[in-house]
Design a protein. Structure first.
Length: 776
């Protein structure tokens, strides 16, 4: 498509929006969005006016939750402490639980208790509450991302559709408190990749209908608006105007070309990283956003700018946003239309911001003039802080519990209006056909593959030192090996000489096997980002695996050539050219198999500590049963199956058959123990307990290829079905459990099970997580 664009008071020119240069996009953003929050509103107003002019209705989503209860199982008291003994008991109880034997006892902690409400479109909704009041759990429940180990009751519906009837991961986006990104990619590259994976949604269909109606009405669109809408509706664009726009409104344009960074390399600041996490989701077409404490690490002015721009998107773009903020500044608080106040898992207030102080005044509490409303709301339900806000001089102060506040709110006029709203079921027929997403795959496989290949190639270039170092290391080892097994010292006279060649072949096998070890740490460092993208349905696991495998083949070819060229004739292997190329093929297949093996170990273990120990176990088994430490005929019958599943067996036998079937070994004879002459090559193979069938070269090559495919498929299956390790369990003290029981919260003892919530202790009637963050 084409659109008109150019500076005011100049002749507009026609440009191809698919091929907008970086300079053209930058010039457009600089001109249209000089002051982010002011110009953003003006431009969005133009976009909305264009749509309204032809009578197009934008899709909207209302999120309702009714009688929602979420419970977690957790250990109580000393049993909950993360000691070695308790960890061993957890493993033992889990194993016995699979057999139906239940020994452990756990308490049930209610995180959300019978909450109901609605998050409405075109209204900015703020979720407030003290730490560990259940804010994160509510956001996750509404986004359809609750951990399966939690017990959920009640219903969550979008436009009347339960979560099971559409794809919530594509319809809504949950923006996490944690920042998980690829450290080697720049801010712009991170957002571009996210935009390519999420696609443009229904923007192209909207633009097509818009253009049709404008043509019928004879309306000529404003060039700048037309350019923006067309440029942000094109799929398959490597770097889009949507990314530049998102960078601008989040204040990330100043660090767009800076790498994100991680523990090993310096990058952007913590506050900027938090904004990248937000931008990664809002750069897509999703119009339902659940944002979890996105202001952490940001100064108040930056938070205000971001929330102001999001408010404009909500009001003018009919979006639905529920945002959790920790102690927002007064000017930021004023940007919100509705408030949901959550405490101890119960909703204390939900409705327009204008009536929240009126509600608490009706309960006898007043916010002092010196106090910010948001701070007052988070403290007024606390037993420790409540008394200072008591304003009813006619009655003596008494502590009002969260349950009493919740019951009082139901009788308040805002609560009654909410109850009336929820009592009328949402008419599904009113839901716009483009409001919800019913397909898991909104972007074509071809586009996803292209984006994934581009990203992997970029990361290979950023980590080029690793591959250069590996090649140099291989050259050094090859030169050392060539001087150890120097051809002038290598002879083909008898069996003793043959065993020296077997040693050289074994060294070739082992060096190229461990050359693939670099895949282990590289893969493990990428897994957290992959799991995040997988859960967001950015792409399936095989889309991640394929570029990993394919783009490493050229490097493997180079390393194989380097090794064989340096060592083959220097060590004095069989001089025939065909045997040179056959060994080259085997070395390449060994490297491919090793790369697949270490990727599979990374996918199974998912952490460096477990991979170092668990991976070593696999390697020890493969080496012990590989047929060279212990010859095949000496392996016990009950372990012989291990011999056949060791990939080293196939590489070892194929390398040996390729060498010892050469004429210089087969044309010489030695006497066997019975005094019968036997070809030296055949005697050597029998003496080393190697298969004597000439076809074992091709059998070994096929075996290595088969293991390469198997390990990469296993890696893909691990990525598909396994989850990240290290989710901590909830920890509550016995006093906390008793207090919950005294307050009337349900507490029951249940049989062995696990929970995925962070550890916490409870004081003053509220749950405080160990790190001070709200992870309930």
């Amino acid at each position: 498509g084409t659109a008109e664009g150019g500076k005011q008071q100049q002749q507009y020119k026609e440009v191809d929006v698919r091929k907008l240069a970086v300079g053209e996009r930058q010039e457009f953003i600089e001109r249209v969005f000089r002051v982010a929050e002011e110009d953003n509103r003006r431009f969005l107003r133009k976009l909305r006016d264009r749509i309204d002019r032809v009578g197009i209705e934008l899709p909207t989503v209302e999120v309702r939750f009714e009688r929602l209860t979420v419970q977690a199982r957790c250990h109580v008291g000393s049993r909950a402490l993360p000691t070695l003994l308790n960890s061993a008991r957890n493993i033992a109880e889990g194993a016995l639980g699979l057999l139906g034997v239940r020994l452990g006892r756990q308490a049930t902690l209610t995180i959300l208790k019978d909450v109901s409400g609605a998050v409405r479109p075109s209204r900015m909704t703020l979720l407030l509450g003290p730490p560990s009041s259940g804010k994160t759990t509510l956001l996750l429940a509404l986004a359809g991302k609750l951990d399966p180990s939690l017990r959920r009751a009640g219903e969550v519906a979008y436009n009347g559709f339960p979560l099971e009837e559409f794809v919530p991961q594509k319809t809504a986006a949950y923006i996490s408190q944690t920042d998980v990104h690829v450290g080697e990619m720049t801010v712009k590259e991170t957002l571009d990749f996210s935009a390519r994976c999420q696609g443009v949604g229904t923007k192209y269909d909207l633009l097509t209908e818009l253009a049709r109606r404008e043509k019928e009405a004879g309306i000529r669109p404003e060039p700048e608006v037309d350019l923006f809408m067309k440029a942000t509706s094109m799929e398959g664009v490597e770097s889009s105007l949507q990314t530049d726009y998102t960078l601008r409104i989040l204040g990330l344009d100043i660090c767009a070309d800076t790498i994100v960074g991680d523990q090993m390399q310096r990058g952007i600041s913590g506050g900027q990283k938090k904004r990248v996490t937000t931008g990664e989701m809002i750069v897509g077409p999703t119009k339902v956003l659940f944002m979890d404490e996105i202001s952490t690490g940001l100064d108040s002015s930056t938070t205000f700018q971001i929330v102001k721009c999001l408010q404009q998107i909500v009001h003018l773009g009919e979006a639905t946003i529920l945002m959790s903020l920790l102690q927002p500044a007064p000017e930021t608080f004023e940007l919100f239309d509705d408030i949901i106040l959550l405490s101890e898992g119960q909703i204390v207030y939900q409705g327009p911001r204008d009536f929240v102080l009126e509600f608490f005044e009706s309960c006898g509490f007043r916010c002092p003039e010196r106090k910010g409303t948001a701070d007052f709301l988070q403290e007024v339900t606390s037993k420790k802080d409540q008394e200072q806000y008591w304003a009813d001089k006619q009655r003596p102060y008494r502590y009002i519990s969260v349950s009493e506040f919740a019951q009082t709110f139901k009788r308040f006029h805002v609560g009654l209006e909410l109850e009336n709203h929820l009592s009328v079921p949402f008419d599904k027929s009113r839901s716009h056909q483009a409001a919800l997403v019913f397909s898991k795959h909104s972007v074509s496989t071809r586009e996803l593959l292209k984006a994934s290949f581009d990203k992997e190639w970029l990361l290979i270039k950023r980590n080029s030192f690793v591959y250069i170092f590996k090649t140099i290391q291989l050259i050094i080892v090859a030169l050392i090996a060539s001087t150890v097994f120097l051809r002038t010292q290598m002879h083909t006279r008898n069996l003793d000489d043959g065993f020296v060649y077997v040693g050289a072949l074994l060294f070739t096998l082992i060096v190229n096997m461990f050359n693939g070890f670099a895949e282990l740490p590289l893969t493990i460092t990428r897994l957290p980002v992959f799991f995040k993208h997988r859960d967001l349905l950015f792409y399936p696991a095989w889309i991640f695996t394929l570029p990993n495998v394919v783009l490493r083949i050229p490097f493997s070819i180079i390393e194989s050539i380097v090794w064989v060229v340096v060592t083959y004739y220097t060590m004095g292997f069989a001089p025939e050219a065909d045997r040179f190329f056959k060994q080259l093929l085997l070395v390449f297949l060994i490297q491919q198999m090793a790369g697949g093996l270490f990727r599979a170990i990374a996918g199974l273990c998912r952490s460096m500590i477990i991979a170092q120990t668990g991976g070593a176990l696999f390697l020890l088994i493969f080496f012990v049963l590989g047929g060279f430490l212990l010859p095949k005929d000496f392996i016990p019958k009950w372990w012989i199956w291990g011999y056949w599943i060791s990939p080293l067996v196939y590489g070892y036998n194929a390398l040996a058959v390729n060498e010892f079937y050469s004429p210089r070994w087969m044309d010489k004879f030695v006497m066997d123990k019975n005094g019968v002459p036997k070809r030296l090559g055949m005697a050597m193979l029998e003496g080393a307990n190697i298969f004597t069938d000439k076809n074992w070269f091709w059998i070994g090559a096929a075996g290595l290829l088969g293991f390469t495919i198997f390990f990469n498929v296993l890696f893909t299956l691990c990525l598909t079905y396994l989850n990240p390790l290290g989710k901590p369990q909830a920890v509550i003290s016995e006093e906390t459990a008793k207090e919950a029981e005294d307050n009337g919260l349900p507490r029951e003892t249940v049989s062995n099970g696990s929970t995925r919530r962070n550890g916490s202790t409870r004081r003053n009637g509220s749950m405080k997580s160990k790190d001070g963050s709200n992870n309930s």
